[in-house]
Design a binder for this molecule. Structure first.
Ligand SMILES: N=CN[C@@H](CCC(=O)O)C(=O)O
Ligand SMILES: [Zn+2]
Length: 403
């Protein structure tokens, strides 16, 4: 028996990363026990896995099948509404001016502290629903709107609870060092993150990664290093928000501590790119953030030229309100020079590296059956058909999770 058979797809992309892109036309995928068991030309797959033996068959005629997207950088759990800041930015206020005036992250912190854990679970579930509908099957979700031990742990608990009841596979990241809480001194707060928050998070086993906002006016390189090294001591793999609004040195730090990823990189230099490549740190670019801020985009070509495993993410947060990996792919192509195939690789196999999920983002025998059926005949439409959702049906672990 086969649990699920997808047949007659116009195209199945089985694998895409910075080194390899593989697709088959008129193709089928057979799934058993949550995993891909066969993928290839429909005639060959259905010889071994006949339709009559399948519990469910999806006719994919005229439609493409691609690996489910991995969104490796989100702040998808939040409360409150910051749409007025969108208007303020349109009037010319900068992200940092808003943050310095107590808005931005600090405003979301107030809303999250005031929300019950049940409300937080419901908020995240709603965001995950939209992400899933746009083809995301694995998503990293950060804490970082609590900025005290109790609320950071409540956020991670909410992430855990929302994940337990949702098809999207969630990767939790602790980000107590997301901003300096109102009225606190940065060094003093870092001490709290290192001595109180990280040990508590590690003891509860509720996060895989530890992230820090290494940025002018937020945490400097020395403070960021302290946070990441404490995380490492407690079994949390480092990640860094680096060179987003200015050039401070977060990329070199990511390379030194062996981070899984360095993210944003809008102001990264050639030396930074070399350091990331040498240290095998996955660069994660978030073009939606540059789009929303009206900022210059990261230099994707510098990474591609050096053969780096470039990844894309939405950066879903109240300052960059997009749940759509296809939109990130469109921006990757139009604004950063990626081909549609490179954009898909950056949203699947390369993105999976950034969250240490090497099985995700591919459709090969043995890999989890996480995939998206597009309302279009090829992966190119993911980037080409912008402003709408090109995803039709989403399968996670062999189950139809959205249609
Ligand atoms: N830069 C820091 N963190 C987020 C923004 C979070 C917020 O503004 O609420 C980011 O990655 O862009
Ligand atoms: Zn972020």
């Amino acid at each position: 028996m086969t649990d699920l058979l997808l047949t007659d797809a116009a195209e199945v992309v089985t694998y895409a990363d910075h080194e390899r892109f593989e697709r088959t036309e008129d193709a089928a995928v057979a799934v058993d026990d949550g995993r891909v068991v066969a993928v290839g030309p429909t005639a060959a797959v259905t010889d071994d896995y006949p339709e009559s033996d399948a519990d469910a068959v999806v006719d994919c005629a005229g439609r493409a099948v691609v690996p489910g997207f991995v969104d490796p950088h989100t702040h998808a759990l939040f409360a409150g509404d910051r749409s007025d800041e969108f208007e303020a930015k349109l009037r010319g206020q900068t992200y940092q001016e808003i943050l310095e005036a107590g808005g931005g992250i600090l405003r979301t912190v107030e809303a999250v502290r005031a929300a019950s854990t049940d409300e937080l679970v419901a908020n995240l579930r709603d965001e995950l629903d939209v992400m899933l509908a746009h083809g995301t099957t694995t998503a990293e979700v950060k804490s970082g709107y609590g900025l005290d031990a109790e609320t950071e742990l409540r956020m991670l608990d909410a992430i855990d609870r929302a994940a337990a009841e949702h098809p999207v596979r969630v990767v939790p990241t602790f980000m107590g060092a997301h901003a300096v809480p109102t009225g606190r001194d940065a060094d003093d707060y870092v001490e709290e993150v290192v001595t109180e928050q990280i040990p508590a998070v590690a003891e509860q086993g509720v996060a895989a990664f530890c992230d820090v906002f290494c940025e002018e006016g937020v945490f400097d390189v020395a403070q960021s290093r302290r946070v990441l090294e404490a995380g490492i001591e407690h079994g949390l793999t480092p990640k860094v928000h680096a060179e987003e609004l200015s050039h401070l040195g977060g990329t070199q730090l990511a390379a030194e501590v062996g981070a899984a990823s360095a993210d944003h990189l809008l102001h990264a230099t050639d030396e930074d790119v070399d350091a990331l490549v040498a240290a095998d740190v996955t660069p994660v670019l978030l073009p939606g953030t540059a789009f929303g801020l009206g900022a210059a985009y990261a230099d994707a070509e510098a990474f591609l030229d050096r053969g780096a495993p470039l990844a894309l993410a939405t950066d879903l947060n109240p300052n960059c309100y997009s749940q759509s990996m296809p939109f990130a792919m469109t921006l990757g192509c139009v604004e950063m020079g990626l081909t549609p195939a490179q954009a898909l690789g950056a949203a699947t196999a390369n993105a999976a590296r950034a969250v240490d999920r090497p099985d995700a983002g591919r459709l090969e025998p043995g890999s989890p059956a996480d995939l998206a059926v597009l309302d279009a005949p090829s992966h190119v439409h993911l980037s080409y058909n912008f402003g709408v959702n090109p995803v039709d049906t989403v399968v996670v672990g062999g189950e139809v999770a959205h249609e």
